[in-house]
Design a protein around this ligand. Sequence first.
Ligand code: DGL
Length: 268
Amino acid sequence: MITQNKTIAVLDSGVGGLSIFETISKSLPELSIVYACDNKNFPYGPKSQEKVLQCISELAKNVISQFSPSLLVIACNTASTIALDSLRKTISIPIVGVVPAIKPAASISKTRVIGLLATPGTVQRPYTDQLVKDHAAHCLVIKVGSTKLVEMAEDKLRGISCNLETLRAELSPFFPEGKHSPIDTIVLGCTHFPLLLEELKNVIPKKVTWLDSSQAIAQRVATLVSPHTSCSKILTAVFTEMNNEARALIPYLTRLGFSEFEEISSRI
Ligand code: DGL
């Protein structure tokens, strides 16, 4: 289905979905985008499946009722690996989900040892196990779930720099033998993590290929929207709670081109 409305919505628990937003916005610069951040319920990673399903369903419904987007991007692996089927049953507009890039990682890894860096929720989901079974059965997949990294990405966008020692410690399970560890590819299976890519590259003992899903998502969105070029583009950021932490993001969001900042109303 090709949609005609030029506004789409990108949803996440926090700022992680901005890594997806940026890639979509670069490849479809004329598109108006509502970025919805469920900061009231952040983080999703340690929450139960039921709770995450409830949070993302409410967020999606509130965004649809307030902005009538033509398409939703669930820019959150933690939510997508649980909620896509359920959301698609109850929501009639197209929904694009973001899930860990296990398939491309397994196809490019030469050593057949790949890492999955995601939230504690995503690394233990049956959905993720199935991705590994279907596409990476010939590989050893080392999984690391980290909420600390999610928080570090949030801090970075608010101007707080990363503690590189903490980052190094979080990544250490991938490199038990330091630079001799066989791992050659790491999947960034949480949308927050591409925001820390420079820091991640700096703390590991050897060079690896880092993979995330943003290009694939932008390509998928491009096949589903047919934007009008005549109307002017608007970038809107909405929060489930407009508190000081949300306000601290406004300088960063302004640099990305956002001009409207609102608290989303709950209408369901
Ligand atoms: N950015 C999210 C993801 O891709 C979730 C981060 C969180 O809320 O724990 O999984």
